[in-house]
Design a protein around this ligand. Structure first.
Ligand code: SAM
Length: 280
């Protein structure tokens, strides 16, 4: 039984990190005219309204999107992310926030397509209302790991996979590296972004190490980039921070993250750390 609903957490600092990195990856794909495909294993609702009672209950966005300064909003490294936010709201702070599929749909061009998986009935209904009639979006009510693996590689050979589970099931930490090992056999060049929470008992560490050790079908280590945000005033329980790992990161992404990290850290009271593979 799925109980997690992203509407409770939309726009929090962990979400800002994820959607910022996602927007940059999509922006990189748009640098070439050739089409790309975006795959979202855990798509969520697509669009979130801040007056939703679930979102109001915790108000987490106020510590995230709600704290983005005018300086950050002017910085070039955040342009794609801010464009995604402004595409769905006329006001600041926003009244509506985009989830990952809406961000990808917004960045997509006439030649690009999206493949989305979601299993929660309420999230699926919202996602279908939001993007179900979009001609280049296919939505699947199925397990995201199986559903997306069966679609790889895309015909164009270009694209991005976002893996963003709720980690309600501890098995996600093992399933992701296993999934990546299979996926890379099918699609050597795939760019993949994996979001993960940082918790007191650090269940993400083994997963991160496994991703750092990924190899191509020929046995060559894959390049990766890791960005983590830790709250400067962490709570006694719950989320201490979050990370994003990008496998096969686009050239220049690291420098963009380095250039934006200081401002993000200041605005959201975070420590931001960046690491990358040696083969970059
Ligand atoms: N990626 C979204 C975004 O950034 O806007 C948020 C996704 S949320 C963290 C995780 C979503 O995965 C939830 O909507 C949940 O219902 C869904 N989910 C959980 N298990 C799933 C599975 N096995 N396959 C597909 N979706 C699943």
């Amino acid at each position: 039984m799925l109980s997690y609903e992203h509407a409770y957490h939309i726009g929090n600092p962990a979400d800002v990190l994820k959607h910022w990195v996602l927007s940059l990856c999509l922006q990189h794909l748009n640098r070439k005219p050739r089409e790309w495909t975006y795959f979202d294993t855990h798509a969520g609702e697509g669009l979130y309204h801040l007056d939703d009672e679930r979102t109001q209950r915790l108000g987490e966005w106020q510590q995230g999107v709600g704290k983005l300064s005018p300086e950050l909003r002017q910085q070039p490294e955040f342009a794609a992310y801010i464009r995604a936010l402004e595409a769905v709201t006329d006001t600041w702070p926003p009244q509506t926030l985009p989830g990952s599929p809406v961000i990808a749909a917004g960045e997509s061009r006439a030649q690009d397509s999206l493949v989305l998986c979601e299993r929660h009935p309420r999230a699926l209904g919202a996602l279908r209302r939001q993007l179900g009639r979009h001609p280049r979006v296919s939505i699947h009510e199925r397990d995201g790991y199986e559903g997306i693996l069966s679609q790889l590689p895309p015909a164009s050979g270009r694209g991005l996979v976002l893996i963003d589970p709720s980690y309600e099931l501890a098995s996600d930490y093992e399933r992701i590296p296993q999934w990546l090992n299979k996926a890379v056999q099918r699609w050597r060049q795939m760019m993949v972004a994996v979001w993960y929470p940082c918790l007191h008992h650090e269940p993400h560490l083994a997963m991160v190490r496994a991703i750092q050790g990924l190899c191509s079908p020929e046995g060559k280590p894959l390049s990766w980039l890791k960005v983590e945000c830790h709250l400067k005033a962490p709570p006694e329980r719950g989320l201490l921070g979050a990370g994003m790992m990008v496998v096969n990161p686009p050239w220049g992404l690291l420098e963009q993250l380095q250039a934006g990290a200081h401002r993000l850290a200041q605005d959201l009271a975070l420590e931001v750390t960046l690491h990358h593979s040696e083969n970059d």
